[in-house]
Write a protein that binds this ligand. Structure first.
Ligand code: GLN
Length: 188
């Protein structure tokens, strides 16, 4: 299975490693051509403003939206969640594929970063994640399922085949969410 990783900025190498550990073949996606034969796509953590600027510059926004509308599973983490959200407080939406409102940098500054183990619906072990200047999900639309929460806020959400986490599983060798998304591909 070919697992694409949007490789414009951020921790895309860690996502590629997580997909490889989960048994898929990672493919770095930088152009619409790279997107053509991937079965799913991870959008990494990093800086959502930079990822957005580069995704527009490389002409990736519409091709990714089209693939998503056609059912390609997507996993976004942290900045990736921000790029997927329809509404962004303190920023601009990019792909607009998830009916949620997120607030950027809501979990404080870099020094306030923390790690937790989370119960995620559909994953049979506690999922470890790191929150680094993470976005907070402030509102979810009707079609959105909350797969995990932390201190009263949704931290893993899904709508159709689009799955997003406010934290980084990929930075601590956690592959549960990557396996979950590969399972969505297998189930198509
Ligand atoms: N604060 C970043 C942003 O707003 C996200 C941080 C991250 O991905 N760790 O894009």
């Amino acid at each position: 299975m070919k697992a694409g990783v949007l490789a414009l900025q951020g921790d895309f190498r860690e996502h590629a490693r997580a997909f490889a550990d989960a048994g898929a073949t990672p493919v770095e996606v930088r152009t619409p051509e790279h997107l053509v034969d991937v079965d799913c796509l991870a959008i990494p953590g990093g800086e959502s403003t930079t990822i957005s600027r580069l995704a527009r510059a490389y002409g990736l926004v519409e091709p990714i939206r089209e693939r998503a509308r056609a059912g390609m599973p997507i996993l976004g983490t942290c900045a990736g969640l921000i790029t997927l959200a329809e509404r962004v407080i303190g920023g601009e939406p990019l792909f607009g594929l998830l009916d949620v409102t997120v607030r950027r940098n809501a979990y404080g500054r870099q020094v306030d970063s923390f790690e937790v183990d989370l119960d995620v619906e559909g994953i049979d072990h506690p999922v470890r994640g790191v929150f680094i200047r993470a976005p907070r999900v402030e509102e979810v639309g009707q079609g959105v399922r909350v797969l995990a929460s932390h201190e009263g806020a949704p931290v893993v959400v899904a709508q159709g085949s689009v799955v997003a986490a406010a934290f980084h599983p990929e930075l601590v060798g956690e592959t549960g969410l990557h396996r979950y998304v590969l399972g969505l591909v297998a189930g198509r």
